[in-house]
Design a protein around this ligand. Structure first.
Ligand code: MUC
Ligand code: MG
Length: 385
């Protein structure tokens, strides 16, 4: 029986290397919720629950993620054998609705602990285990300026760090956005795959026009052009347009994946561990997508090193990842909160090989970046829980 001894949760704010301009928010920093669980034997597990732009992206905020864990999930963990990850998560699911980002952070920490106990990477506790040691990684060009984005793309190609670029659009008029994308497609033609993410900011009519024009300028993929809850309109667009439509905000775990697949609402799924509600649920979303002939892509909530490592552990178990991944979150931050940074080279991320998530927190950086630097946010639980 691995009982809980301590549960610590921290809100951590790390500046970004440049403003990251998205349709719904401009980021100057990324906020992560880091959870650290310690069992009675002293085995520790870390996990991360991260969103983008406060409440502008989705229904969970950093503050609500922390509060859901502290107030509702930790008391459940006190009653569980933490070595039984599936049973623990099933008990949490019975008592806590939705709150996928909070659940993902906790499940990641449990898998980290379980992997450490067993001496295997978390990937070996998911599905059939690891089938790849590295993952192709896209970069998002979102400085807000076309010339600067082209220069950044050139730099990434020269460094052999990224040759897939996602452009964030949806803020300007459709024709202005397409002109921006077209200029980047032209500048990097034949050397990179260019994709866009509209973050739900178009109407169906704007999307019809935008997707047709984006196809003509050489864009390879259009992510979430319209509201994620309008599956019927996503299906109309996905079936009528030549450029593939990727679902992101529409996906909230296996049931939404099944509804979307049944409706023909997407040609590609952006898999996200936080949106799915954890690594196990992400594997289920991937299985549904694969069975429906939908292409798979490893998405991100721009997590730091812990959430990125957790994502890599599950994406490494997927034999078909035709569209690659975008696990570049740590590279957008001025500093990584890990003792050893993740390894990026040759357009790919190396999947960590150590036990559990395969990464270690840098305690000094945690102390420096945690929001409540003056008040320790440690939550000891009752002895013997
Ligand atoms: C999103 O909507 O996909 C992922 C990469 C990026 O730049 O923003 C995100 C979130
Ligand atoms: Mg997206």
């Amino acid at each position: 029986m691995a009982s809980l001894s301590h549960a610590d949760t921290f809100i951590v704010d790390v500046p970004t290397i440049r403003p990251h301009v998205l349709a719904m928010a401009t980021m100057h920093a990324q906020t992560m919720v880091i959870v650290r669980l310690t069992d009675a034997d002293g085995v520790q597990g870390i996990g991360e629950g991260t969103t983008i732009g406060g409440l502008s992206y989705g229904p969970e905020s950093p503050e609500s993620i922390k509060s859901a864990i502290d107030t509702y999930i930790v008391p459940i963990l006190e009653t569980c054998d933490l070595s039984q990850v599936g049973a623990t998560m099933a008990k949490i699911a019975r008592n806590v609705r939705d709150n996928h980002f909070a659940k993902c952070a906790v499940e990641s920490a449990l898998l980290d602990m379980a992997g450490k106990r067993l001496g295997v990477p978390a990937s070996e506790l998911i599905g059939g285990g690891r089938v790849r040691e590295s993952l192709p990684v896209a970069w998002t060009l979102a400085s807000g300026d076309t010339a600067r984005d082209i220069a950044e793309g050139e730099e990434m190609l020269a460094l052999r760090r990224h040759n897939i670029f996602k452009l964030k659009i949806g803020k300007r008029a459709v024709r202005d956005d397409v002109a921006h994308v077209g200029a980047i497609c032209k500048a990097l033609a034949g050397r990179a795959s260019i994709r866009v993410d509209v973050n739900q900011n178009w109407s169906e009519d704007q999307a019809k026009l935008g997707m047709a024009m984006l196809h003509d300028v050489g864009c390879d993929l259009v992510e979430q052009p319209i509201a994620g809850d309008d599956i019927a309109a996503m299906a109309r667009l996905s079936q009528a347009q030549t450029v593939p439509l990727m679902a992101d905000e529409a996906l909230h775990g296996p049931r939404s994946a099944l509804r979307l697949a049944a409706a023909g609402g997407a040609g590609v799924f952006a898999l996200k561990i936080a949106q799915s509600g954890g690594l196990f649920a992400t594997a289920e979303v991937a299985a549904i997508g694969q069975a429906a002939g939908i292409g798979l892509y490893g998405g991100t909530m721009l997590e730091g090193g812990i959430g990125t490592a957790a994502s890599a552990q599950v994406f490494a178990t997927l034999p078909n990842l035709a569209w690659g991944t975008e696990l570049f979150g740590p590279l957008l931050q001025t500093e990584e909160v890990l003792a050893e940074p993740l390894h990026y080279a040759d357009f790919s991320l190396t999947v960590p090989t150590g036990p559990g998530l395969g990464v270690t927190l840098d305690e000094d950086k945690l102390a420096r970046f945690r929001r409540d630097r003056t008040a320790p946010s440690v939550h000891p639980v009752s002895a013997g829980a």
